[in-house]
Design a protein around this ligand. Structure first.
Ligand code: NAP
Length: 248
């Protein structure tokens, strides 16, 4: 597949999004970069132009603001033109212990990682010309594959996102809309700055290359790096009497 022309990136200052966009920029794509911080977005825009992007405009938005979704989605579509590809990369790890104590923090974690993402997708698909091709690429997480004591609020939001995308993919099967769910394991990005790094950590560039392959081969789900498929298959199939004893 040739590189898509118009790419909308929600959460464009994410390390994984930036690494992926660089690979697409080399093919001359035009970008609309959406994120919280204008300074960071301007830096990403400059970088993508230097990598070959045809255009890289920026818009600042709090993507977890549920009230603004429908109007802003229309604004993004009219600014860029109907996108050929949408990458949804924003998210927050949050603090599990704080979210268990503070329900506002819990609601924010669920809104940013699930509710808002689902609403952006519905808004962007609404009234879309049925014959227009679209790659919808959404970054979930292996954390959504099984609820774990250490991060079940973030994990459940990513798990709900996984179910949402699965159902949507079934609905649009046979149409020009292709849904790719990306499930990274540990990635060395600002999100994991506070986490001690080990051998299972991948770079955003490794993840980006896996996403390009998955999109180009029209895969439905990609675990990245690939060995997370093996790890999560084992974790998902552990019987409860074993799983409940694990401190993970
Ligand atoms: N890193 C990992 O180990 C890992 C593993 C599995 C899945 N993931 C998922 O991968 C995706 C990308 O994360 P990353 O590792 O690339 O981390 P990252 O570089 O920290 O990116 C997260 C991005 O989300 C943006 N963001 C957060 N809340 C937002 C909001 N309300 N509105 C707009 N933007 C918002 C942040 O913007 P600011 O920088 O401006 O705050 C940041 O650019 C996330 O969905 C994450 O859940 C990460």
């Amino acid at each position: 597949m040739s590189a898509p022309c118009r790419i909308l990136v929600l959460g464009a200052s994410s390390a994984m999004a930036q690494a992926y966009a660089r690979l697409r920029a080399a093919g001359g794509a035009s970008f609309l970069l959406v994120g919280l911080n204008a300074t960071r977005l301007a830096a990403v825009s400059g970088d993508l132009r230097a990598c070959g992007a045809h255009a890289a405009e920026i818009i600042t938005a709090d993507l977890a603001d549920l009230a603004g979704v429908e109007g802003r989605a229309a604004e993004f579509r009219s600014r860029l033109g109907e996108p050929d590809e949408v990458l949804i990369a924003y998210g927050e790890l949050g603090d599990q212990a704080e979210s268990e104590r503070d329900l506002d923090a819990a609601r924010h974690a669920i809104d940013v990682n699930f509710t808002s993402v689902a609403l952006w997708i519905l808004a962007l698909l609404k009234d879309r010309p049925p014959q227009a091709p679209l790659n919808l690429v959404v970054i979930g997480s292996v954390a959504g594959d099984r609820g774990r004591a250490s991060n079940f609020i973030y994990g459940s939001a990513k798990g709900a996102l996984d179910r949402f995308l699965e159902g949507l993919a079934q609905k649009v099967a046979g149409t020009p809309v292709h849904v790719v769910t990306v499930k990274p394991g540990f990635v060395d990005s600002p999100m994991t700055d506070a986490v001690a790094k080990g051998p299972l950590f991948a770079s955003p560039e490794m993840v980006a290359a896996d996403i390009v392959r998955a999109v180009d081969k029209r895969r439905r789900v990609v675990y990245t790096p690939w060995f997370w498929w093996v790890i999560m298959t084992i974790i998902r199939h552990l019987p409860w009497f074993v799983f409940k004893r694990l401190r993970i």
